[in-house]
Design a protein around this ligand. Structure first.
Ligand code: ADP
Length: 483
């Protein structure tokens, strides 16, 4: 790992403005999925350290909240600029611990920074209302106030952006945060804390605790000081956290699993659809919650689409993300590749045709060949389960109604995509899809300016955009009488 500023590699947690080891002195290793090499160790913290971080956030909360939004925005602006100034180092760190190609890592740092800039500005526009009163001698004011101490638990697939799109709005709104990053990618989180400190984020306002997920998560959920939890990860863990938050009635934002349909109609621009499918399916080696999980292609163009997709997939290059020209890195760990192999095997055994790939890559470790499966049917597990790998299962459908029914036949409702050149169809289908995000003739839908979030078992709340800051606010009604 080549860093021009080696102080960005932090191997301690950040609590109350101090860099801290675990009480037990124990730590755990962070490894490079491309090579298995150990990169660093970080503290194995638990409930006690988490409780102290929450207490630090509680103490810091009144002063942070008392600043004007403009004052907070100045600090956040510096943090944003430091992310961009250190983009290359942060990208190197991310590729080393997560595996994605450097070009994607650089893109993620810019994307991560954009949330800080966006919310720094949005914080200035947390307007209330003056409501026409219900009695002549009353006045009704509605204000929005920071909810208080927030907890954030984030995944490894976007080690920086999943943090800033929670911490950005929280800090902008006047809340303090305790973050638990994923075990696989704590180095990006700690580098963000280092830059937050340099930007002038006061002690206790942003804290990072690494270690035992159930112990730290248990404390974050049970502690009554924490008023809100924002989580991105699996639906399974989201359910556990929701239950654990019930006793203290915390506000929740949950960005959970998806099972994104990618529909190609007969009247689509097939070349554009192939390009979109490549971006949506193979980015980050298929390890994003908005990755196309099911390609639904209308009968008339099925064979042509599969053939064109095969040509495009042949152009992908698998390898270590730091090497030039690599477009697909390794999967995150052995469990990830085992899941991909299991789902591909299940599909194959039930009659799917392997168009290309279909097996681990000759590079070994957790590298997997970019794969296309044809003749996939709803009876196969891959129709219901998120593959989270570089495998595109292609289903056939007959009519628009069939496509919509198949697309909605899942417990999930995060991202969906479809390609058509027909305006009326694009309006009909986008309103029929039970998804929080609909990409029409595009495979890339993530941006800080638009709301990101899911329906059904994909979660609660929205991140990014003017809506994203609402999750960190409480509404207060002030009723003034005797006027
Ligand atoms: P993924 O499949 O992306 O690894 P997870 O839901 O397992 O999804 O992990 C997302 C985040 O949730 C990670 O930071 C992980 O450490 C954390 N996590 C996992 N289990 C728990 C738990 N029981 N309590 C709190 N956090 C957890």
């Amino acid at each position: 790992m080549k860093l021009s500023d080696s102080t960005l590699l932090r191997q301690l947690c950040y609590i109350n403005g101090q860099w801290a080891a675990a009480d037990s002195g124990r730590s755990f290793a962070v490894t490079n999925p491309a090579s298995g090499e150990q990169l660093a160790t970080v503290p194995e913290m638990g409930a006690d350290e988490t409780r102290r971080a929450i207490e630090a956030a509680r103490v810091a909360q009144p002063a942070w909240r008392a600043h004007t939004a403009g004052e907070r925005a100045k600090v956040l602006r510096r943090w944003f600029e430091l992310l961009l100034a250190n983009q290359e180092d942060l990208a190197q760190l991310m590729t080393a611990e997560q595996g994605k190609p450097l070009a994607e890592a650089r893109g993620e740092i810019a994307y991560a920074a954009s949330f800080i800039e966006w919310f720094a500005e949005e914080g200035k526009r947390i307007y209330g209302d003056i409501v026409p009163p219900h009695h002549a001698d009353k006045r009704v004011l509605v204000t929005k106030e920071p909810i208080g101490v927030c907890a954030a638990i984030t995944p490894w697939n976007f080690p920086a952006a999943m943090i800033t799109r929670k911490v950005g709005p929280a800090l902008a709104a006047g809340c303090c945060v305790v973050l638990k990053p994923a075990e696989a990618t704590p180095l990006s989180a700690l580098a963000l804390a280092e830059l937050a400190e340099r930007a002038g984020v006061p002690a206790g306002v942003f804290n990072v605790v690494t270690g035992d997920a159930p112990a730290i998560g248990g404390e974050l959920c049970a502690n009554p000081t924490v008023r809100k939890l924002s989580f991105t990860g699996s639906t399974e863990v989201g359910r556990i956290l929701m239950q654990q938050c019930a006793p203290t009635i915390k506000k929740l934002s949950l960005e959970l699993g998806g099972n994104a349909p990618f529909i190609v109609f007969d009247d689509a621009d097939l070349d554009a659809a192939v390009q979109g499918a490549i971006l949506s399916k193979y980015r980050n080696a298929g390890q994003t919650c908005v990755c196309a999980n099911r390609l639904l292609v209308q009968e008339g163009v099925y064979d042509t689409f599969v053939e064109k997709l095969g040509v495009a997939v042949a152009g992908l290059r698998v390898g270590n993300g730091v090497d030039d020209g690599v477009t697909q890195g390794p999967l995150i760990d052995a469990a990830a590749i085992a899941k991909v192999e299991e789902l591909v095997e299940d599909a194959r055994s039930k009659g799917a045709r392997v168009v290309c790939g279909g097996k681990p890559h000759s590079l070994g470790r957790t590298y997997y060949e970019p794969t296309i499966l044809a003749n996939v049917t709803p009876a196969m597990r891959i129709a219901r389960e998120e593959v989270f790998g570089p495998v595109a299962p292609v289903f056939a459908f007959k009519t628009e109604a069939d496509a919509v029914a198949m697309a909605n036949d899942t417990e999930y409702g995060l991202a969906s995509y479809f390609y058509t050149e027909n305006l009326a169809r694009s309006m009909r289908v986008s309103s029929a899809l039970e998804y929080g995000i609909v990409g029409v003739n595009t495979g890339l839908i993530s941006t800080e300016v638009a709301p990101f979030g899911g329906m059904k078992s994909s979660g609660l709340g929205r991140e990014g955009s003017k809506y994203g800051i609402e999750d960190y606010l409480e509404i207060k009604h002030v009723c003034i009488g005797g006027i």
